[in-house]
Structures are given as structure tokens and as C-alpha cells.
Ligand binder design. Structure first.
Ligand SMILES: [Zn+2]
Length: 398
């Protein structure tokens, strides 16, 4: 019953999300204006009359789907991301949000832990830790392996910590690289954080499982439906389904190890008593567009998640995370004399400055330059595209 209801929630929120995308696209084509999210939410009430199955689903979840779609559009219009894509029924990962009226019942002696969701009811759950405070949002995810996960966002009503003042001595620069995951330069020196080993370990296993999956039986028939559109009909063997789940579990394990790794490293950085401010590069341009090598590293190590985790942990203790301007040449500037190097290919790991003759390690120089960011004048910061403002949610698009 609950499983059916959750599948219903996945389906309906996906439907609303997709409906939003197509209406917003039509609206833009016809009027040249962006659609207003609140207008859509008003229309959603009428849509429920037209499509009564929407009523079986928590209306807050549907609204949340519309807001997510709206957000995806805003990110697209502000050139942070690509045009949002339709969510597919066949996508292996499904999710929905519940912004209100959710309850978490912690296990007591003799009872199991439960999560209570509106329109779904109590669901038995393994709860990883206890918390106090009000629940903001509950997100339900079904992973490709078929396992369900729930994440709960809690407001613990702690007053916000006033951020520390920024001074150069207690500032560190972090450069994200390909060979070395992160290079951190602070007053006490340079630290290189290597890429985690679990990726290599698991990638062999992934390859094997992918090969096995390729050998399993999967028949694709292309048929025409009533409208004359071509639709794919896929039939898979039982073995295919088994191997697919195994593969999905490996992916899941990698995700979990990655999260663990990120938690460890960020924990250490946040608790470095010598550092109160970290400066990172603007990922919008550098990660996504400038070179695809880094883009791969971004997804391997999870740079986006790394910075997101770092940001909220720093914020909790009153430390700062600053994003350098997107035009700041952090990898092409000589950290000794400030001369700009005209060309630097990705292969060049070391380079010598033609002005002052200093030899530089590529990653270390970049991290030093990022650290130097806090010394720039306000007008220079502005010239490089950012007025040194604190990192906000939308600055990490992935
Ligand atoms: Zn130089």
C-alpha cells in the first residue's frame, strides 16, 4: 500500500515538474516572458479537476515539484545551468519532497522508528541519528538498487553564528585539481589532498559488472502507438534485472564512500584553528565549461558536494567561504610577482614565471592566488566579477 502510494508520489510530482517545463517553454515562446510560478500553482488546483489522480498525492509535494522546476528555470536563465530536462519515468532514481506535516518517530523500547508522511502514513525506517528541532523538508528517494532513502532537513533554532572577520593571515586558498583532488595553501604551508582511493577500487568492479550486464538478454522492440508515434518496448531477462541491481548497488556504495570522504576532509578543514576563511574558485565557468577534464573530476570527487558541505559546516561555526570572481586568473597568475601567464595548458604541471623566474607547482600556485584574493582591493574584486560576496546556494550549480 505504502509502496504504491510512494510510487504515486514519484509519478505525480514528476508529472507536475514536466508539465511546468512544457508550460513555461510555451509561455516563453508565445509571450517572450517567463512564467510565474505562483500562477502555475493557482492553475494546479484546476488541473486536479482535470486529472483527478493528482488528488491522491500530497498537494504540498506537488507544489514543491513546481517550485523546483521554477528554480531550474531561474538557474537556466541566469546561465548557471543548461535548460532543465524532463524527468523520465524510466529514470532509475526517483524522488519527491514533503515540505510540511511530516513526523519522525524515534524508536523506543519495543517500537521501531517510523517516518510519517501526509497521505502515505507511517513508514518503518532505520533512523541514523536523533535530532531536536522542527522538520523543514523531508525528501524521499528511491535509488536504482530499489532501496528507499529519506533525508530530513531540520531547523534546530540555534541562533546564527556571527561570521569571523576576514584577514589574510587566517585565510586559506583551495584549488580543485585533476591529479590532486584539492590543494590547500594557508599560513602554515601547503597541503595536498589526494583523490580518494575508493574510486579506483570500485571502478574495476564497475567495469566487470557493466560487461556482464551487456551480455544479458535485453530485447528492444520499436512499435507504433495509436498516434503513430514510435515507442520503444523493452523486455529484459530475469538475469538482466539481477545484474542491473548489483550494478546499481555498486554505484550506491561509491556514492556513500564519497560522501564519507567529503565529510572527513571538510571536518578537518573546518576544525583547523589557524584558518577562519577559505577561498575557492568560481566553479560555474571553470568546472562546467572551460575544460571537460575538470568537469570529469567534478563528478568523480564531487567537488560541488564538497563545497556545499564545506559551506554549511563553516557557516555553523562562524567561518567564511568566499568564491573568487569568475574572471580572476587564479591558475594563470604568478603568486610571487603577480605577472599574468598568457597560456597554460592542462599538461603543464609546473611552470616558470618569465617575469621573476620563480618555479611554480600549478595547483599550489592556484591555491596561493586564491588565498591572495582577500588582499585585492574592492575595485579589483569587482573587475574580476565578484565583489567578494559570500558563497550562496546558487553559486554551486551541480
Ligand atoms: Zn613571477
Amino acid at each position: 500500500m505504502q509502496r504504491q502510494s510512494m510510487i504515486g508520489h514519484f509519478g505525480c510530482t514528476r508529472w507536475v515538474f514536466n508539465r511546468y517545463l512544457s508550460e513555461a517553454d510555451d509561455c516563453y515562446k508565445q509571450t517572450g516572458k517567463t512564467m510565474r510560478c505562483n500562477d502555475f500553482i493557482v492553475r494546479l488546483v484546476k488541473l486536479k479537476e482535470e486529472y483527478p489522480w493528482l488528488k491522491d498525492v500530497n498537494s504540498q509535494s506537488l507544489q514543491m515539484a513546481a517550485r523546483n522546476a521554477d528554480r531550474a528555470f531561474v538557474n537556466f536563465f541566469e546561465k548557471r545551468t543548461k535548460h532543465p530536462r524532463f524527468k523520465s519515468k524510466h529514470s532509475s532514481r526517483q524522488s519527491f519532497h514533503c515540505p510540511q506535516n511530516c513526523k519522525v518517530l524515534f524508536p523506543e523500547i519495543g517500537t521501531k522508528g517510523h517516518i510519517v508522511l501526509p497521505k502515505i502514513g507511517p513508514i518503518k525506517a532505520i533512523l541514523h541519528r536523533r535530532f531536536n528541532g522542527t522538520i523543514k523538508t523531508v525528501t524521499v528517494v528511491r535509488e536504482a538498487s530499489g532501496k528507499y532513502y529519506v533525508s530530513v532537513l531540520v531547523d534546530d533554532a540555534q541562533p546564527e553564528v556571527v561570521p569571523d572577520t576576514i584577514d589574510f593571515e587566517r585565510t586559506a586558498g583551495i584549488d580543485a585539481g585533476i591529479k590532486t583532488a584539492f590543494t590547500v595553501v594557508s599560513q602554515s604551508g601547503t597541503e595536498k589532498i589526494d583523490n580518494p582511493t575508493f574510486l579506483k577500487k570500485h571502478s574495476e568492479q564497475l567495469k566487470k559488472q557493466q560487461k556482464r550486464l551487456a551480455r544479458c538478454l535485453r530485447i528492444v522492440n520499436v512499435k507504433e502507438n495509436e498516434k503513430g508515434e514510435k515507442v520503444k518496448e523493452v523486455t529484459v531477462s530475469k538475469r538482466y534485472e539481477k545484474v542491473r541491481k548489483e550494478l546499481a548497488r555498486t554505484h550506491e556504495r561509491i556514492r556513500h564512500s564519497r560522501k564519507n570522504w567529503i565529510d572527513q576532509i571538510t571536518h578537518r578543514l573546518v576544525n583547523d584553528s589557524q584558518v577562519t576563511t577559505y577561498v575557492i574558485e568560481d566553479l560555474n565557468l571553470k568546472g562546467m565549461v572551460k575544460n571537460h577534464h575538470l568537469a570529469r573530476a567534478v563528478s568523480d570527487v564531487g567537488i560541488g558536494n564538497f563545497y556545499r558541505t564545506l559551506r554549511y559546516k563553516l557557516k555553523a561555526v562562524g567561518k567564511n567561504l568566499i568564491v573568487a570572481g569568475r574572471w580572476y586568473p587564479s591558475s594563470k597568475r604568478c603568486p610571487e610577482c603577480g605577472a599574468k601567464k598568457e597560456s597554460l595548458t592542462l599538461k603543464e604541471r609546473d611552470w616558470r614565471c618569465t617575469q621573476c623566474g620563480h618555479e611554480h607547482d600549478r595547483d599550489e600556485a592556484a591555491a596561493r592566488n586564491l588565498r591572495h584574493w582577500v588582499k585585492l582591493s574592492e575595485s579589483d574584486k569587482h573587475r574580476y566579477g565578484r565583489n567578494g560576496r559570500a558563497l550562496e546556494e546558487e553559486a554551486i550549480p551541480f
